[in-house]
Write a protein that binds this ligand. Structure first.
Ligand code: NAI
Length: 726
């Protein structure tokens, strides 16, 4: 058996067309493992040796996806000592693909499914790309979202295809995944076919039409759209590039966009082979750094663990929901109805009046209209989605629903009443869910006859965009309900994290610490602009005082009062937070309760648009002779206060898994992506857990007990452990 037959099959027809079939016998997907690299070397050497008998080449896959890309287990474990070997492996792949590309014969990629990252880079080394219009087909270079750079020729070749600026915008800096239609429009693929059989037919047709090499750029690779680096057109693009980078990173410490930008500009100035070396060096720098390891951990391994059901009770069979009752057609109910209908579930959307229910359905109509206008869906598919939503005010219409998601006003008595009304109308074993954001699930479950089937499903706003759902287990929630809730969240293509009932669950509790910290800084006399700058530079998507204004200052005050009463009722002593006094003064003394009240930490214009920070903040809070703020310390306070509270959630059993903590913080509450999540931030901190503990102690001395490291953290630091689910 020849070596290439291990993962790449060589199939040659009587007309001289060679099809290289990617088909790893040991895995369900093709990845860039050692066997693949050996096979690629072997088949490309054979192509070169038999060039005279080859008329054209098709690269195809026998798997469901085309090619899955590099092996992230290998990448996350690269150290400065092993980086040399990893660099060399990457260069071997590129040299082999280059042999195929410069063979002087047309080479076509027949993309039958996902070709992302390394998969798309293989397709880029072909002269023509044909994609199958199938649900799983996506192309692009999402490396940046894992802190990586497309080091398999992706930077070099996209720059030569699109020009520097366009390659950065379209492919490299955003990491956009393109479906077939958009990929065709954007030029990432050249043809789209709808029938799998057509894929190879069209590939052969391309070869027939191009008897000689179809290589799109000259061997030295200097023909770059938008001008070569020494041309005036190219020079004109350069000043815009730093702004592109700033837009992407917002001043947060992301190394990947910076390296991608540098690689794009530098590789454009040299021949292809030198460009490959430059690209590889920038990639090596990334994979040996902590931030890339953080991002691979949080956005790949933890996300995969969460979505694959590591926390789902295993012995409950998967059951699909066919008809869901959504109670309350307000902001959240309308979004939940849309997400369910989009996933093919029939939705009965109930509110107090048909008008209110119709208004809720109107939200889906608007979203569908936009999707059609942007070419993201067809009118027929949009109409089918809308036909699945039945707006009503009649409880009788809920008959036969096998799941209920309640999203009425945040009021325990009302929620109890609403469940009373419907529990005998829906299916006898229907799953009962509440989207409450603050009320204990255990208390809400007291209002139903089947508390074992009752569970919290905490969605995030806007529901159609936010990928996370926090599943909240009450004291009586059964394993079957938990599994069914998990399956429902996956059915609507969202990511479920599982937490135990507690005030604010996990996400709202932890983001509350971040907001309190920012507000406390104002109370200490720190320049409000510096507080906002610290949040942006730490990598948070929202500035902290602006976020507080959006939430409305009265909301945390109400929650604080409820918590205080609960703590005191249990005989505990309530610990006030330094933010409380600032919030109280803003509401009571200055009449500035936040955006919905027309004024908060910011001023707002008549349309409710945010203007500048309120100048009165400086007058009433900022200490006149204060030293300029230490931005590093402000940033660390925000990150630490959230990370420490996540450790407490784990210690108290609110969280049961590290992956849930990381994924929940990244997808739900905007914890900065470069950290890999709240607990990965602790793992990856300079000096590891002991370094984190030492810094937390310093902050505790200066700012109080909220920075005191919990026992769980101290124990792990002493034992040389990290936070992991292993
Ligand atoms: P909303 O005020 O926009 O909508 C509530 C809807 O419930 C209204 O349309 C109202 O007419 C309807 N309703 C009231 N009584 C009803 C009844 N007896 N039967 C049927 N419908 C009834 O409120 P929103 O923002 O949609 O919140 C709903 C729930 O979701 C609340 O529990 C809230 O805490 C929770 N939540 C809100 C989030 C947010 O960002 N707004 C995020 C996560 C959860």
């Amino acid at each position: 058996m020849s070596i290439e037959s291990t993962t790449i099959r060589w199939e040659q027809d009587g007309t001289g067309v060679v099809t290289l079939v990617l088909d790893d016998p040991d895995q369900s997907v093709n990845t860039m493992n050692a066997a693949f690299i050996d096979s690629l070397d072997a088949v490309t050497a054979r192509l070169a040796a038999q060039r005279d008998r080859v008329r054209g080449v098709i690269v195809a896959s026998a798997k469901k996806s085309f090619f899955a890309g590099g092996d992230l287990h290998d990448l996350i474990s690269v150290t400065p000592e092993t980086a040399g070997a990893s660099y060399e492996a990457g260069m071997r792949v590129k040299r082999a693909l280059r042999v195929m590309e410069t063979l002087g014969r047309p080479v076509v990629a027949a993309i039958n499914g996902a070709a992302l990252g390394g998969g798309y880079e293989i397709a880029l080394a072909c002269h023509h790309r044909i994609a199958l219009d199938a649900p799983g087909t996506e192309v692009g270079c999402p490396e940046v979202t894992l802190g990586l750079l497309p080091g398999g020729g992706g930077v070099t070749r996209t720059v030569r295809m699109f020009g520097v600026t366009e390659a950065l915008r379209k492919v490299l800096l955003e990491g956009t995944r393109y479906g077939p239609a958009r990929a065709l429009e954007a030029g990432l693929v050249d043809e789209v076919v709808s029938d799998p059989d057509e894929l190879l037919d069209r590939a052969r047709a391309f070869i027939d039409a191009h008897p000689e090499s179809a290589q799109p750029w000259d061997a030295r690779g200097h023909r770059i759209p938008g001008g070569t680096p020494s041309s005036p057109e190219f020079a004109a693009q350069l000043p815009a590039l730093p702004a592109l980078l700033r837009k992407k990173t917002g001043g947060a410490p992301y190394p990947a966009p910076r390296n991608i930008l540098a690689a794009a500009v530098e590789t454009a100035q040299v021949d292809v082979d030198t460009a490959f070396e430059i690209e590889a060096r920038y990639l090596t720098e990334l994979v040996t750094g902590q931030i890339t390891k953080n991002m691979i951990q949080g956005f790949f391994f933890d996300l995969q663990a969460v979505n694959s059901g590591a926390r789902r009770p295993q012995d409950v069979p998967v059951r699909k929901v066919t008809k869901v009752a959504v109670l309350g057609a307000g902001m959240m109910g309308a979004g939940i109805a849309y997400s369910c209908a989009r996933a093919g579930i029939d939705v009965v959307l109930k509110d107090v009046s048909v008008e209110a229910a119709l208004k809720g359905k109107g939200y889906s109509e608007t979203l569908c209209g936009k999707a059609v206008a942007r070419g993201r869906t067809t009118r027929e598919k949009a109409d089918a989605l809308l036909a699945r939503i039945t707006p009503t005010a009649d409880t009788g219409d809920l008959s036969g629903c096998d799941a209920v998601i309640e999203a009425v006003f945040e009021d325990t008595a009302l929620k109890h009443r609403v469940f009373q009304e419907i529990q005998h109308v829906v299916a006898r074993d229907a799953l009962l869910c509440s989207n409450t954001s603050t009320l204990p699930i255990t208390v809400l479950a007291k209002g139903v006859e089947r508390p074992r089937d009752f569970v919290g499903l905490h969605f995030f706003s806007p529901v159609d965009k936010m990928p996370l759902v926090e599943i909240v287990k009450g004291e009586k929630t059964g394993e079957e309900a938990l599994a069914r809730a998990f399956d429902l969240v996956r059915q609507i293509r969202k990511t479920p994290v599982v937490v135990n009932d507690s005030r604010g669950f996990f996400t709202s509790r932890v983001i509350g610490r971040f907001i309190d910290e920012g507000v406390a800084m104002v109370g200490e006399g720190v320049e409000p602009a510096s507080v906002e700058q610290a949040a942006a530079q730490a990598g948070y998507p929202a500035k902290v005082l602006a976020l507080m204004d959006e939430l409305t200052l009265t909301l945390p005050r109400r929650i604080r009062e409820e918590n205080r009463r609960a703590v005191e009722a249990d005989g505990g002593a309530w610990q006030p937070h330094p933010a409380d006094a600032v919030v109280d003064r803003m509401i009571d003394e200055f009449g500035r309760p936040g955006r919905s009240g027309g004024a908060g930490f910011y001023d707002y214009d008549e349309q409710g648009r945010r203007a500048g920070l309120w100048p009165g903040l400086r007058e009433h809070f900022t200490a006149p002779a204060k030293q300029p703020a230490d931005l590093t310390e402000l940033k660390e306070r925000m990150l630490f206060v959230e990370a420490l509270d996540a450790v407490r959630c784990l210690e108290e059993g609110v969280l049961e898994s590290v992956a849930d903590a990381n994924v929940g913080s990244l997808l739900g509450i905007g914890f900065p992506p470069w950290t890999g999540g709240v607990l990965q931030y602790v793992n990856g901190y300079d000096g590891g857990l002991p370094g984190f503990v030492a810094r937390a102690r310093e902050l505790a001395t200066r700012y109080g007990d909220r920075f005191t490291p919990p026992e769980l953290l101290l124990g792990k630091a002493e034992r040389g452990e990290t936070f992991t689910d292993a």
